[in-house]
Design a protein around this ligand. Structure first.
Ligand SMILES: *[C@@H]1O[C@H](CO)[C@@H](O)[C@H](O)[C@H]1NC(C)=O
Length: 129
């Protein structure tokens, strides 16, 4: 296998952990690539988030904000779209965990970027329980 194929396989296996329906996963992959062009977040830093390591790095924060906006989870002002977030969580989390995640994770912070970063970090923990 050449290196590019290897990287693609790795990325796909990592993203499948998000437990989204296949068609939704494709959308995430597409937006992710678009956001990465803007944010310039290193691939490794991004992969680390799927293992629960969220580095306090502006490239990563901008990336997650970009992704959150494209997915319609959050708007430019930092308002959550709870309906949309709940819908995507419903394929990977039990109803109990969704209620916990919504209550504890959808919290406004000082800036929309920090809001996106902290909420995604927080929600990712619910997936690891
Ligand atoms: C949430 O997102 C959905 C799908 O993009 C959209 O139809 C809906 O209007 C949004 N709701 C709010 C409150 O922004």
């Amino acid at each position: 296998m050449n290196q590019l194929v290897l990287v693609m396989v790795l990325i796909c296996s990592v993203y499948s952990q998000l437990q989204l329906p296949p068609e939704r996963l494709q959308v995430v992959m597409k937006y992710n690539a678009e956001c990465q062009k803007e944010s310039k977040v290193p691939q490794m830093m991004l992969m680390n988030t799927l293992r629960g390591e969220f580095e306090e790095d502006d490239r990563l924060k901008n990336h997650l904000f970009c992704l959150g906006k494209r997915m319609n989870y959050i708007d430019g002002e930092g308002n959550f779209n709870e309906t949309e977030i709940r819908k995507d969580m419903s394929t990977g989390l039990s109803n109990d965990r969704i209620e916990v995640a919504v209550k504890e994770c959808l919290v406004r912070k000082a800036t929309p970027i920090q809001t996106a970063f902290d909420s995604i970090h927080c929600i990712s923990k619910e997936y690891r329980l």
